[in-house]
Ligand binder design. Structure first.
Ligand code: FES
Length: 905
């Protein structure tokens, strides 16, 4: 009874309840579901379980969706991909005729000249590949994405007989349990295996009766991360939910899956895994053909043979894998040629090896070893807190699977060690090479890698499984090795004469299966931090920007355009006075007898000799000399400092300081006080005049010089004032109790009225500091920048006894840096974007990190990284601006007040 309809390549297809896109298409007569990556060979359903690349389609504008695991929704629009004009008749299949031109690694060797690569790149990209990224993803993608965080005592991955039993047992022992199943229903192998129904009904009943089990169906566990964090992707209708599940203990009951056998033309549509046949027969009631040949060994061939006959499919023959010569037929199976002769058929059922789905165990740090008797890599060591049960351990008998599940659940709930896993059997010589190999015998269906490709690569010297993987790209496609890893290891072992164990597996990394980028980027529930003056900014009509969790005014909307607003704020600071809310700066109170020692160790410059009442700029680097953070350090007394950090780095700097006190026995206490204080920077030629109206503190340069600090009352409230000048003008940074922040802000605006004071935002601040060539850590520097390259060598005191990063910086100072951060001024009227390329002879050699139009210079100025040999002052450089190269000149001095007179006045 058809109840829903959807469209496939513009035609309407009827579907039954419970259908996937693939099962409905198959019923409607579709046999070719895709074309292969390189040769455009026709491909049909192989695994019907979402593990191979054969049914990737575009669903509702989203590319690379697996049709065999996507439930049908009324009205959905499904299209083929990587074929022109259609999968049945694909002009791009001409690529098959040129296969000899494309041996393994051909583009590494052939397109070594840049101009040749430029010519062929668009052609290769057009012909090879999978789906096409939609031009307007946000508009085309019908999904909503969200992130959710959860906790559980015991997470059980896989709701087959082992997983259900583990969950029931753990829940009955009092644990909170989360049971995760990637299919839409529980049952695993019992859903598709003959005689499974009765046991499944029994287990379902027990599951319903057990308490505290949170069942997540249609949910894939794609990765195990540090600290027991599991990455789950739950797809329910149009919502894709990425769940961060923190589990105290993990039971892996992911079962096993079947993989293809390698023989010539093993990729023809109509060659199917026996597990796919079961799924399509028992779950979807499909008519799979008239006459089947089963390739495999007893008892598997006997069991699937009975099931096929019961479904009305004649079994023409059963053939041992070693006797297969080739599959006859192009767009479908016509016959199977064996060593004994050719037998007509329209379906070839492959009983392939079973592979324990042990990726999560490997990611968690478990060990897998080759078991020759069972012909599989089995887990032999489980990391602490991880348990396993069922087919993932290579166990086959149902009663034993259920018993193992119970035991794992019980131990997980009680936090006992996992039961011992049996040792593997002795290694035996592998036999993965096909007997005949005249045509194409595919190892990797995703990347069209054949046995011949592996043979050629091993001959060329890529005989380690990791180098073989990279050179041939075997296991690197959408299936991520699920279908091909075992065969590639077996063939590598056979070609090199090594055992399977010695050949080993490649490293297991998350995600185990593809995750939509939208899901990773999806909306998170994040805390928002507001400064004590937040509502004042809102009332002043600010435009917000997010800096980490903080909301900060980007600029105040006082003029027609953004540029006009920023220029107005800029002029206020340069000509009169401006105020900016800097409450988001990280603030730390460091106290104790050994506080000077701690700061000397963690900053590159010396802070133990800083006089009380003075401020110094400081930079922190790591062991490799890489810049971590910068800020000011004020000395309040002999054993007390007040530190400011960049907005995003407060937690890190606190932990960094605390980390370096561990084990030292030092008396040094680090207290975060960011939330306790509000802060305002008052800057400009009239800053002193404004502040004088609000305080009795003597602000004269003689008594309160540049880089000094004082406690004083401002606007009647106790404040801490630092005379610093990030924006290059006479200025004070005033820290005040958070509760008094709004009062201080109001008082400054009120008292500043006669000077036409203006609040200014982050964007204006960035322009002002850029004119002074002040670096913003994380904007102008990155994870490879050290102070020597960043033109801050003056902040490194090499004569200091020791500090973190000293050795690395000494090495950096001895050897000239490869790149340097320089200031440049544009010689043409062009404004580069942040990140624009800096070029020489038309080739990119560097990058702009910040660039803005500088009103005082009448042209754009910026900071950027260039090769050290180009960093000489006065050197002309070219910067890429809107499709062309514009001239600029490197300057050594700041672009504004190079001598710093204004700061000190
Ligand atoms: S047939 Fe759909 S993923 Fe294998």
């Amino acid at each position: 009874v058809s109840s829903v309809a959807f469209s496939y390549n513009g035609r309407t297809v009827a579907a039954r309840p419970g259908d996937t896109v693939a099962s409905a298409l198959y019923r409607s007569g579709v046999r070719i579901f895709s074309r292969s990556f390189k040769y455009h060979r026709p491909r049909g359903l192989l695994c019907a379980a979402g593990r191979c690349p054969n049914c990737l389609m575009n669903v509702d504008g989203v590319p690379n969706v697996r049709a065999c695991t996507t439930p049908v929704r009324p009205g959905m629009k499904v299209r083929h991909q990587n074929a022109f004009p259609s999968p049945e008749f694909d002009l791009l299949a001409a690529a098959q005729s040129f296969g000899w031109l494309m041996p393994v690694g051909f583009y590494y060797k052939t397109f070594t000249r840049r101009f040749v690569w430029k010519l062929v790149r668009p052609v290769i990209r057009r012909v090879a590949g999978l789906g096409v990224v939609p031009p307007e993803p946000a508009a085309a993608d019908p999904h909503a994405y969200e992130h959710v965080a959860r906790h559980t005592d015991v997470a059980v991955v896989g709701a087959g007989p082992a997983g259900i039993s583990a969950a029931i047992e753990a829940a009955n022992a009092g644990a909170n349990v989360t049971l995760i199943e990637e299919q839409s229903e529980v049952g695993g192998c019992l859903r598709i295996e003959k005689s499974g129904a009765e046991r499944l009904a029994e287990l379902r009943g027990q599951l319903a009766a057990a308490g505290k089990i949170d069942l997540l169906t249609a949910t894939r566990c794609f990765g195990h991360y540090e600290g027991g964090l599991l990455g789950l992707l739950q797809g329910i209708l149009q919502v894709q939910r990425l769940i961060h599940l923190r589990a105290r203990r993990l039971v892996v009951a992911t079962g096993s899956y079947e993989v293809p056998l390698v023989f010539e033309n093993n990729d023809r549509p109509g060659v199917m895994l026996s597990s796919a046949v079961r799924r399509l027969l028992h779950l979807h009631g499909l008519d799979l053909g008239r006459s089947a040949i089963i390739v495999g060994e007893e008892p598997d061939v006997g069991t699937i043979g009975q099931e096929l006959r019961a479904a009305g499919v004649a079994v023409a023959a059963t053939v041992a894998p070693a006797d297969v010569v080739t599959v006859v037929g192009g767009r479908g199976v016509r016959a199977l040629r064996t060593r004994q002769g050719e037998i007509a058929c329209d379906l070839v059922v492959v009983c392939g090896p079973q592979v324990p789905d042990a990726a999560l165990i490997a990611q968690a740090g478990g060990k897998l070893e080759w078991d020759a008797a069972r012909r599989m890599f089995v887990p032999t060591q489980l990391p602490p807190g991880v348990y396993a049960a069922g087919r993932v351990l290579g166990t086959q008998a149902l009663d034993q699977i259920i018993a193992q599940g119970r035991e794992a659940g019980r131990r997980a709930a009680a936090h006992e060690e996992a039961a011992d896993v049996p040792p593997p059997n002795v290694p035996a010589p592998p036999d993965f090479l096909p007997r005949a190999e005249a045509g194409k015998a595919f190892v990797c269906l995703c990347e069209d890698v054949t046995v011949k490709d592996l043979r050629d690569a091993v001959t060329e010297g890529f005989d380690h499984i990791e180098t073989l993987k990279r050179y041939t790209t075997v296991t690197m496609g959408p299936c991520q090795g699920k279908m091909c890893q075992l065969a590639s290891i077996g063939i590598c072992a056979a070609l090199t004469g090594r055992t399977m164990g010695r050949t080993g597996t490649t490293t297991a990394r998350p995600p185990t299966s593809p995750i939509p980028l939208g899901a990773l980027a999806g909306a998170r529930h994040r805390p928002v931090k507001r400064t004590p003056m937040h509502h004042r900014h809102e009332a002043l009509g600010c435009v917000w920007t997010d800096l980490g969790e903080w909301k900060r005014p980007l600029y105040y909307s006082t003029a027609e355009t953004r540029q006009a607003c920023i220029e107005e704020e800029y002029r206020a600071v340069r000509e009169r006075v401006g105020i900016i809310d800097v409450s988001t700066l990280g603030k730390l109170d460091v106290q104790g007898r050994d506080a000077p020692k701690l700061l000397d160790k963690t900053y590159t410059n010396r802070l133990s000799d800083l006089k009380v009442g003075r401020v110094r700029y400081g930079v922190m680097v790591d062991d490799e000399g890489i810049i971590l953070d910068d800020g000011t350090v004020s000395r309040l007394s002999e054993d007390r400092y007040f530190i400011t950090t960049t907005t995003g780095n407060i937690d890190f700097v606190q932990q960094w300081l605390q980390w370096w006190t561990i084990g030292t026995g030092w008396c040094a206490h680090v207290t975060p006080v960011t939330g306790g204080f509000a802060a305002v920077n008052v800057a400009g030629p009239k800053a002193r005049a404004l502040l004088t109206k609000l305080t009795n503190c003597d602000l004269d340069s003689k008594s309160f010089p540049y880089m000094a600090c004082r406690h004083a009352d401002v606007a009647g409230v106790p404040c801490f004032l630092m005379r610093i000048g990030f924006v290059g003008e006479t200025g004070w940074e005033i820290h005040v109790r958070a509760d008094d922040g709004a009062h201080l802000w109001d008082a400054l605006l009120e008292a500043g009225r006669e000077f036409d004071v203006r609040p200014f935002g982050v964007e204006t601040q960035r322009l002002l500091r850029l004119e002074k060539k002040h670096v913003i850590v994380g904007v102008d520097t990155d994870a490879t920048s050290n102070p020597i390259g960043a033109d801050m060598a003056w902040v490194v005191k090499a004569d200091k006894e020791d500090f973190i990063g000293k050795a690395a910086l000494a090495r950096a100072q001895a050897k000239p840096p490869r790149e340097k951060l320089v200031g440049f001024i544009m010689e043409e009227s062009a404004l580069p974007e942040d990140g624009a390329a800096i070029a020489e002879d038309g080739r990119p050699v560097g990058r702009v990190t910040s660039a803005r139009y500088s009103p005082v210079n009448g042209t754009a100025v910026g900071l950027g990284w260039v090769p050290a040999e180009m960093a000489a002052p006065g050197r002309e450089i070219r910067v890429f601006v809107r499709g062309a190269f514009a001239r600029a000149k490197i300057l050594a001095d700041p672009f504004y007040d190079p001598e710093g007179k204004k700061l000190r006045s």
